[in-house]
Ligand binder design. Structure first.
Ligand code: MV4
Length: 448
């Protein structure tokens, strides 16, 4: 097992990782920018190193500074959390060249999944169902027309280097396809420095359902069931649930087992999330994320598995502590993301927290790194905390969420808590009757 882990992140996820390290008896190193000297992750770690000025590119994304912090402190492993360098294959490779363990999958697996065409090809080879689409890159106008005709309209053109929704264009008819193709290529080139695009059948009203997997790189892998993350605004998740409501349990286990078997074949190591669109009772692979996700606690709550503990174990060369037959799925969990944002406009609202009282009680977990008197800096994402509630049934979970949101107080800044007050009263939410477009439509129709 590791002696010392450097946590290359900030905020609630840095605390989440610190907690797992402490429970494993591993000492911890926090890194921080000059804007984060008073951050909770710095206070709670055994040691800390300031690695640069506020902009992330100069601090949390600054590989030479982070390598220097590893060197100075003698860390033998790095946990990247999510975002920042968590899916940077070059960072994983540099660490391994310096005999420091990257707590995550191999740089090879990060690379395969980072390129959406190789990710999809790999999924097909592994027997994972995918969205019908082009065999690979759509390189020419003639290619765009013939591929779209084969797939059938509407089609969606996506950036190979993309993900997270950037550089996507829909074409409804043959009259739109060339414009969509060339606009998508131009946007992909501008955003990623890579104009490569591919094409898929456009699904109109799917849900976003993902499968959590864990592998040990030795051919053992398990799935931890599904999460529904359809409630998003501009590709930012707002509310996540486990298990995916409305998908029959047997179908969840079936797609879960397909994913676990695929990870065994790949010899995948670490935590991963396999993302699907789900429409008319069918799952269609779109992408795989090779990192810990923000919403992992809902899965932890319904399975009892500590995902970060397992990540650290397998990275240190141990086998998974679990087998599939030991994993049970109990009850329902919902996470809502408390962002320092205006609940109507979603404009960031950094500043000082004048009063802070998190919700508590039975079935409530709060993952946060803020405290009363803390000033949220304006440089990073606006997530200040996650409220995770559990119930034996989804209805009990919703009732508890109502109670917990009422209890939660964050004064001095605007937060998304009032949005959750509104969502909890909505009958579509109560019935789990929503798809990936539901939240944006709700916000448009219910402007205050
Ligand atoms: C799609 C799709 C419809 N059809 N692919 C958006 C982000 C990226 N992860 C994939 N995305 C989509 N891919 C096909 N073939 C619709 C979306 C999409 C979406 C997906 C998940 C959650 C929210 C979304 C919002 C808009 C579009």
């Amino acid at each position: 097992m590791f002696q010392k882990v450097l946590i290359a992140n900030r905020g609630e996820i840095a605390l989440r990782i610190l907690r797992a390290c402490k429970e494993l008896g591993i000492s911890t190193v926090a890194i921080h920018s000059t804007a984060d000297s008073n951050a909770m992750h710095v206070r709670l770690a055994d040691e800390s190193v300031c690695i640069g000025p506020p902009p992330a590119k100069d601090s949390y994304l600054n590989i030479p500074s982070i390598m220097a912090a590893c060197e100075i402190t003698g860390a033998d492993a790095v946990h990247p959390g999510y975002g920042f360098l968590s899916e940077n294959a070059r960072f994983a490779r540099i660490l391994s060249e310096h005999k420091i363990t990257f707590i995550g999958p191999s740089s090879h697996h990060i690379e395969i999944m980072g390129d959406k065409i190789t990710a999809k090809k790999t999924a097909v080879e592994l027997g994972i169902p995918v969205v019908p689409g082009s065999a690979g890159e759509v390189k020419t106008e003639a290619d765009a027309k013939s591929t779209a005709a084969e797939i059938g309209y509407p089609v969606l053109i996506k950036a190979t280097a993309g993900g997270g929704g950037r550089g996507m264009k829909v074409a409804h008819t043959e009259a739109d396809v060339l414009t969509a193709w060339s606009t998508a290529r131009a946007e992909a080139k501008a955003a990623f420095g890579n104009e490569s695009v591919y094409m898929e059948k456009y699904l109109g009203q799917p849900r976003h359902i993902e499968v959590q997997v864990l592998g040990d790189g030795q051919g053992n892998a398990v799935h931890l069931g599904t999460r529904d993350c359809s409630l998003q605004r501009r590709h930012q998740k707002v509310w996540e649930e486990a298990p995916a409501p409305t998908v029959p349990f047997a179908e969840q286990m079936e797609i879960g087992e397909i994913c676990a078997a695929a990870m065994r074949k790949l010899k995948y190591s670490g935590a991963g999330t396999i993302e699907f669109l789900y429409e008319n009772g069918k799952f269609y692979f779109i992408e795989m994320n090779t990192r810990l996700q923000v919403e992992h606690p809902v899965t932890e709550r319904i399975t009892g598995v500590d995902i970060v503990y397992e990540q650290i174990r397998v990275a240190s060369g141990e086998k998974l502590s679990l087998t599939q037959d030991k994993i049970q799925f109990n009850g329902h969990a919902i996470e809502v993301r408390i962002n320092a944002e205006d609940p109507q406009t979603f404009a960031p609202s950094p500043g000082k927290i004048q009063f802070y009282h998190p919700a508590g009680g039975v079935g409530v977990r709060v993952d946060s790194a803020v405290y009363q008197g803390y000033t949220i800096p304006p440089y990073y994402d606006s997530l200040i905390g996650k409220l995770i509630v559990y119930g034996r049934t989804r209805d009990e979970c919703l009732q508890r969420l109502r109670r917990a949101v009422d209890e939660f107080v964050v004064d001095g800044i605007k937060t998304t808590l009032p949005l959750f007050q509104r969502l909890i009263q909505n009958k579509d939410i109560a019935a789990a009757n929503y798809d990936i477009h539901w939240l944006e439509k709700f916000l448009k129709d219910n402007k205050a």
